[in-house]
Design a protein around this ligand. Structure first.
Ligand code: GLN
Length: 547
């Protein structure tokens, strides 16, 4: 193998323009050329992981196989590269400092003065190189969070500069920028990109390729202007207009010769890319025969006036993967469960949907509204899929309204409830007593046994599966038998039979009512849709909503 190559992806002008998708797409292209590729995300905040952050702050928490709680971009990498990434591929300022301080306390710096520069960027580089080795990658993509010019990510850009100095021929810099079209002028303005490029120069870095995000494609004049002022060859200014589907992005980049360009910058032999399967998938995403309406019911996450659908990104993508594989389109509606608490008659809106999904969550806001929606789904026989909290609330609904355990609840909300059917896991109780919150949930992949003749077993076509988790509560062992006797089927259990991993209603009583204690959305991939999402979408396709 040749020396490994490193591609830094940095963002100019502003955040939220799709750096994660850009990085993932670059990875998908190089991988399709037969280069073994891995991707790293660096987040500039002090939090040691993303697990302690409110979703409104940071969108979805994506859980890796080994249990590390990370940024949603790690989910994009896994989906675009179709790989499982280990925790070494994700770092935050907090994680890096934590390691530097640990080593200092262990005298590993042998008594010398430990400095912000170069010791912190060196720890960043150590992690990047370890990730390269772990994956045995020929190409490592490193996405630096935040925007150029911010104080927060300066040490990561310094790490990039140090690596470029060490390996001048093996490091490429890609800058993703934004080219606004102010409505009063109606013309594309390149000045913010020029400023971002200058800022990048001021930390000793020069972009090799500029990806210019804009509402529409860049014209030649703007390309030439950016090239001249940002010191990049005109053909290396790539137009990245808004697209219908994020999965279009690798195809668009490749049309502009992005892969060859990167190979040229890095001194890698040019190779043809094979994006046949990807292209077929994108075609299916766009050409569904009919549209299914799926309701995602939960509490709303607002950021000022905006609803953050980012919170459920893996769920949304999983639905899209399953729909594409079945040749249908989906239209998602985010329905606020608190509305059902204020006005129960609103529940009637659910009759218009092919399927109802309740994603994971925490706390009491909107919970009674969700339970009411689950009752509706059960009684009206609308396909229902509950993920984590969505499974726990499905168990509560069944306990209250079918099994006769009036007042059944989860200890997360009411420890004194007459029937605590969802209780805290014993090992979690100890952690909570100590106030030990960070990275302490039941996290990451665990095996799950599937019982024969169940919806889940049939969907998976396997006796045992592995799925990723993120929870502190479980079905109370005291109620497993009692609920089973009343008809609730626990079709997936941990190998020691202690934890109920999947709950479902028999096919004879409901077309599809399944809840999972784990998060299947973390394992769905464009080219490998998740079996349970597939089964849910299939059931949704067979349901006729009443208008
Ligand atoms: N709040 C629940 C628990 O901790 C569910 C968590 C989730 O949905 N991720 O068990």
């Amino acid at each position: 193998m040749e020396a490994p190559k490193y591609i830094f992806v940095v963002g100019g002008v502003m955040s939220g323009i799709g750096k994660g998708v850009a990085s993932s797409s670059i990875g998908a292209i190089l991988q399709s050329k037969g280069y073994k590729t891995t991707a790293i995300k660096i987040d500039p905040y002090i939090n040691v992981d993303a697990g302690t952050m409110n979703p409104t702050e940071h969108g979805e928490v994506f859980v890796l196989d080994d249990g590390y709680e990370t940024d949603q971009d790690m989910g994009n990498y896994e989906r675009f590269l179709n790989v499982d990434l280990p925790s070494i591929n994700y770092m935050t300022t907090g994680r890096v400092y934590q390691e530097v301080i640990r080593r200092e306390r262990n005298l590993e710096y042998k008594g010398r003065n430990v400095q912000v520069v170069p010791d912190v960027p060196q720890e960043v580089l150590r992690r990047i190189k370890e990730a390269q080795k772990t994956a045995n990658a020929e190409v490592v993509i490193i996405e630096v969070g935040g925007t150029i010019g911010e104080y927060e990510n300066i040490l990561f850009l310094e790490a990039a500069r140090m690596l470029k100095q060490e390996l001048p021929n093996d490091v490429a810099m890609v800058m993703l920028s934004y080219v606004p079209i102010p409505s009063n002028i109606g013309e594309m303005k390149t000045k913010p990109t020029q400023h971002a490029s200058r800022e990048l120069n001021s930390v000793g870095l020069q972009a090799d390729i500029i990806l210019a995000r804009a509402a529409v494609p860049l014209d030649l004049k703007r390309k030439e202007k950016i090239a001249l002022f940002c010191n990049v060859r005109p053909e290396r200014v790539i137009s990245a207009p808004d697209v219908e589907s994020i999965y279009d992005v690798p195809l668009n980049y490749e049309k502009d010769g992005m892969g060859d360009m990167l190979c040229d910058v890095l001194g890698l032999p040019r190779r043809a890319s094979d994006l046949k399967e990807w292209t077929a998938f994108v075609e299916k995403v766009k050409n569904g025969s009919r549209t299914l309406d799926i309701a995602v019911v939960g509490k709303y996450f607002m950021s000022g006036e905006y609803v953050l659908s980012d919170v459920y990104i893996s769920v949304i993508e999983s639905i899209k993967h399953a729909a594409a594989s079945q040749g249908v389109r989906v239209k998602l509606a985010y329905l606020d469960s608190e509305e059902y608490e204020r006005d129960p008659s609103k529940l009637e809106e659910l009759r218009a949907y092919h399927g109802i999904l309740v994603p994971g969550g925490f706390g009491s806001r909107g919970v009674e509204g969700v339970v009411a929606a689950i009752t509706y789904a059960r009684e009206k026989k609308i396909p229902y899929f509950g993920l984590c909290y969505g499974m726990q609330l499905m168990v509560i609904e069944y306990a209250r309204n079918v099994a006769g355990f009036t007042g059944a609840h989860t200890a997360e909300i009411n420890k004194e409830a007459p029937h605590v059917v969802i209780d805290i896991m014993p090992e979690q109780k100890e952690k909570m007593a100590k106030g030990d919150y960070g990275g302490t949930m039941r996290l990451g992949a665990y095996p799950c046994k599937l019982h024969p003749d169940t919806v889940a077993r049939e969907a998976y076509g396997a006796d045992e599966v592995r799925e990723r988790h993120r929870h502190r509560y479980e079905v109370n062992p005291d109620y497993i038998l009692k609920l089973s006797e009343k008809g609730l089927v626990f079709s997936g259990v941990s190998p020691d039979n202690r934890l109920m991993e999947i709950a479902e209603l028999p096919k004879s009583t409901h077309p599809f009512m399944v809840g999972t204690q784990f998060h299947p959305e973390f394992l769905s991939r464009p080219l490998r849709p998740h079996p349970l999402f597939n089964a849910f979408i299939k059931a949704a396709g067979e349901h006729t909503p009443s208008k």
